[in-house]
Design a protein around this ligand. Structure first.
Ligand code: ATP
Ligand code: MG
Length: 893
């Protein structure tokens, strides 16, 4: 049975049993600062389980895209761990519980294929339950009829489920399938988890856990308001069972990638004869890593993650690099992703058609990243080789931790790569030192994250407010001023009753006209005023959905909980914000008009007067292209296109052709902003002008690269654009005045002036050289007798250039009598340093007076040249006279 078919049957089964089918949340877990990626089907429902929000349905089912970063290292070595996988889940929010959950799972898995089931043999199914969960044992045994010897009690680590972090948890019951003696010894899941494959976990979610280790020994905080059901069936694991393959990398959605990699590398997959993944040949493991990681990268980029050096982007980068490196170890050293990624797309677009539509954008990130990494590999390899050679010459056997860290940090060299390559050259690596430095870096990153805007990673105070007071009555689209009541004051994340003058606190109002930073639009500025209070709003965020939090600096009086205040947005600010945000849409549409539809925005930011927009594009934009984008933008402004806002469902919006920005989560109803109808259609919650002419002039002020395959344009809008142009105009006026030209002639005049100055310099240099050489005879004349040698020791005239110093030395030598040993020594100073040139004649050489030896004597061993002519330098300028003295002394000696 195809994976897509299992998925379809699952959803159909639960839908026909009254469940609402809910789409998968995007992989990046944006709402939860404790989690990088969604790692289970229940994550998007956490507030419902905790009772912080009311679920719109009593029961639901989904197929959730998941990433589990802790499982990356297992990939290929077990039969059942993918980085990316899909979790089929059914959920009950206080509706049915244990008995019905077990019944559903059993009926779907063992139900006949003809009647929509999955058709597994019930006699091969085992169940585990939490230690003292006798109720679950009873259900399995008495109602389902599972024999007691196939029901196993297990402890907290295995059968008390949580997300690994504070949140809902509960005892669980897992379903295992016995794959038979080919896969390992008999005895149930306790004995062998490869033969007995866990495919479904039923969580009886009824408690809340606190901080502590991920899997056991954490604190149970108490009961949840209701008893819930959360289940997870591994779609890939079920597919591997139903398709009769050894592991999840050999199912229909993944195997074609292995085959393609095998075709590219010329290596055969399946070298090992064992069915057990852990006994595989290293090449087989590599094939699986390639397949898993390429597919995972596709899904991640598809959901808006882009490679970077931190957070989610770093996970993506890491798995892409592991994939690329593994392909190379299998023996293929050309770019592999252009071959592999389309295969992954074809496998996955049955269930995720958007991947095919969006493939241009996805692949441009992936290919760009591979290109960059191949360069990194080349460059890093040189650095590594040098470090290895150095370590060896010093007699060391271990590459230092700091070198390994530098390779990792600066060149993006993964540590396993460093280990492997160092080992090939007979060195080990100080892993302890490396880990120490990594830990320090992580600490720094943590501190950074903690200081980030939304403040406290612990969102409980916000959730509490939302629960007690309900969502903020948000008026940003309607008005700039509201009468509001202060319903919460937080200081450093903790509720306080009052804020005093000088304090900066977070303030929650029952109603607000302030726009909270989102969708790239900067937060509004403004003020709060009460009868005896005045405060400035310095930032506005929405740390949890539907709760607007103002960061307020108290300037006068006291702000007390329950006070009535007037909340006022700075009108000038908001106008600027609207201009800049509409301007961003205009520039985006202009980019796509000029460059084509693949120039898709990947991020943006705007505040009054300024906007920037990042988009997928490989090459630097030419000056003509930039002008064209600017012109298209300004024409759209001139045409005074109407700006309109429509509300619709997400699928409707997609059909409507609205551009969805990746990495954002959208509610069921989305807001579509149009400028000039279909010309610009974007999902957007921002504030906009009502006609495009209100944006005012739009001027591109910058264009640059931001990482592989990404460019950034920056622009000024409204009054700021006018001021930008006015400044440029004034600059031209000032230049014109300075050079005494008409504005229209400035460029020509500047060119002429530059040409003249170049000519003059050349002439001056010629004159100087002549002047200097003209004095050569005079310098020779004044030569002193030192023993048998005539020595002309000369300080070159101010401004003599490097080449001229040498010429001067040789010319002086030419003027010294030939029949007598003669030496010319010339010092010159430039840039704060002194240098020396020494020239010796043939008679001097015959007396064993060597120019090179004399320079070395003056510069304590440094300098270069031969017996005829030699030079050196680099000492401080004020030592120039000493250099000459040293030469004279050396000749005398
Ligand atoms: P395991 O112990 O095998 O790692 P788990 O206990 O971590 O599994 P759960 O957290 O209970 O798994 O997840 C629910 C289901 O999701 C599992 O029963 C399994 O079918 C599937 N699953 C979990 N992790 C992965 C993974 N890395 N790749 C594929 N499927 C997975
Ligand atoms: Mg696991």
């Amino acid at each position: 049975m195809e994976t897509a078919e299992i998925r379809r049957r699952f959803l159909k089964f639960f839908e026909s049993n009254g469940h609402t089918v809910v789409p998968s949340a995007p992989l990046p877990a944006i709402e939860d600062p404790n989690l990088l990626f969604i790692n289970a089907g229940m994550v998007q429902f956490v507030p419902y389980f905790l009772g912080q929000a009311k679920p719109p349905w009593d029961t639901a089912a989904s197929v959730q895209k998941c990433i589990r970063t802790p499982d990356i290292d297992e990939v290929g070595k077990t039969s059942r761990h993918g980085t990316f996988f899909q979790m089929n889940g059914n959920f009950s929010f206080g509706d049915y519980f244990k008995e019905q959950a077990i019944r559903y799972a059993w009926d779907l898995t063992t139900g006949s294929v003809e009647q929509g089931g999955l058709g597994l043999d019930g006699d091969r199914i085992w169940a585990t339950v939490y230690l003292d969960d006798d109720e679950a044992i009873d259900i399995w045994h008495k109602q389902i009829g599972l024999p007691l010897d196939r029901i196993v009690r297990r402890g907290q680590e295995d059968n008390m489920w949580s997300m690994g972090i504070p949140g809902p948890c509960g005892p669980c019951s897992e379903l295992y399938y016995d794959r038979g003696p080919d896969y390992g010894p008999e005895g149930g899941p306790e004995v062998d988890e490869d033969r007995y494959l866990e495919f479904w976990n039923l969580v009886f979610m009824q408690q809340e856990r606190g901080a502590g280790p991920a899997k056991k020994d954490y604190e149970i905080l108490g009961d949840l308001p209701k008893k819930n059901i959360d289940t997870g069936m591994g779609l890939e694991r079920m597919a591997s069972i139903l398709q009769g393959v050894d592991n999840m990398y050999e199912i229909d959605e993944v195997r074609p990638l292995i085959d393609k990699a095998s075709e590219l590398t010329g290596k055969r997959y399946g070298v090992s004869t064992s069915h057990t993944a852990s006994e595989s040949h290293p090449d087989d493991i590599r094939f699986r890593v390639v397949a898993d990681h390429v597919r995972s990268a596709l899904m991640l980029i598809g959901d808006g993650v882009v490679p970077s050096n931190e957070g989610r982007g770093y996970v993506l980068r890491r798995i892409m690099r592991r994939a690329i490196r593994s392909v190379r170890l299998l023996g293929y050293d050309k770019p592999a992703l252009p071959e592999l990624l389309p295969v992954a797309r074809d496998c996955m677009s049955k269930s995720y058609p958007e991947l095919a539509q969006d493939f241009e954008r996805i692949s441009s990130y992936a290919y760009g990243e591979e290109e960059a990494f191949l360069k990194t590999l080349k460059h890093g390899t040189t650095i590594l080789d040098t470090a290895v050679a150095e370590t060896k010459t010093e007699g060391g056997k271990t590459l230092s931790g700091s070198k390994a860290f530098e390779l990792h940090d600066t060149y993006g060299f993964p540590i396993d790569l460093t280990l492997e390559m160092a080992e090939e050259q007979g060195l080990s690596v100080d892993q302890e030192g490396f880990r120490q430095l990594m830990a320090e870096q992580r600490q720094r990153a943590k501190a950074d994250a903690a200081a980030r805007k939304t403040g406290h990673a612990d969102l409980s105070a916000y959730w509490q407010l939302l629960q007690d007071q309900g969502p903020t009555d948000w008026k940003a689209y309607e008005t700039l001023e509201t009468e509001s009541r202060v319903i919460g004051i937080l200081s450093e994340g903790k509720p306080v009753p009052v804020a005093k003058s000088g304090q900066i606190v977070e303030v929650v109002l029952d109603r607000t006209p302030f726009y909270a930073e989102s969708g790239g639009q900067h937060a509004d500025a403004g003020k709060l005023t009460g009868p005896s209070f005045f405060g400035e709003v310095v930032d506005v965020q929405r740390p949890v959905k539907k709760l607007v939090v103002h960061q307020v600096r108290v300037l006068e009086g006291e702000l007390v909980l329950d006070d009535r205040v007037e909340a006022t947005v700075d009108a000038e600010w908001r106008l600027g914000a609207r201009q800049a945000h509409s301007g961003t849409h205009v520039v985006h549409a202009a980019l796509r008009e000029v460059l084509g539809p693949t120039a898709l925005q990947s991020g943006s930011f705007n505040r009054p007067g300024y906007l920037r927009l990042d988009f997928s594009w490989r090459a630097k934009l030419s000056d003509e292209t930039k002008s064209e984008i600017e012109e298209v933008s300004n024409k759209a402004v001139r045409d005074d296109l109407p700006v309109s806002v429509k509300y619709m469902s997400l699928p409707e919006a997609k059909d409507f052709g609205a551009v969805a920005l990746f990495g954002e989560t959208y509610d069921e109803t989305v807001r579509v902003v149009e400028i000039g109808g279909p010309w610009s259609r974007e999902l957007c919650g921002g504030t906009h002008v009502s006609h495009s002419a209100q944006i005012g002039p739009l001027v591109l002020t910058g264009e640059s690269s931001v990482g592989s395959g990404q460019r950034r344009v920056e622009a000024a809008t409204g009054m700021e654009a006018y001021r930008y142009l006015a400044r440029e105009r004034d600059l031209v006026s000032q230049i014109a005045e300075e050079i005494g030209a008409q504005r229209g002639d400035v460029l020509e005049r500047v060119r002429a002036i530059l040409q003249r100055s170049k000519d003059a310099e050349r002439e001056l240099a010629g004159l100087q050289a002549k002047l200097v050489s003209g004095r050569a005879a005079e310098f020779a004349q004044n030569a002193k007798q030192v023993g048998a040698v005539k020595v002309a020791a000369v300080q070159a005239p101010e401004g003599t250039k490097g080449g001229d110093v040498r010429n001067l030395a040789m010319q002086i030598r030419g003027h010294l009598p030939e029949d007598q040993p003669g030496v010319a020594a010339v010092v010159a100073t430039a840039g704060g340093k002194a240098s020396i040139v020494v020239a010796a004649n043939a008679a001097a050489k015959a007396q064993h007076v060597s120019a090179a030896a004399l320079v070395k004597a003056a510069l304590s061993g440094k300098g270069g040249g031969n017996d005829d002519v030699a030079q050196g330098g680099g000492v401080p300028a004020d030592q120039a006279p000493q250099l000459l003295d040293a030469v004279v002394r050396a000749i005398g000696a």
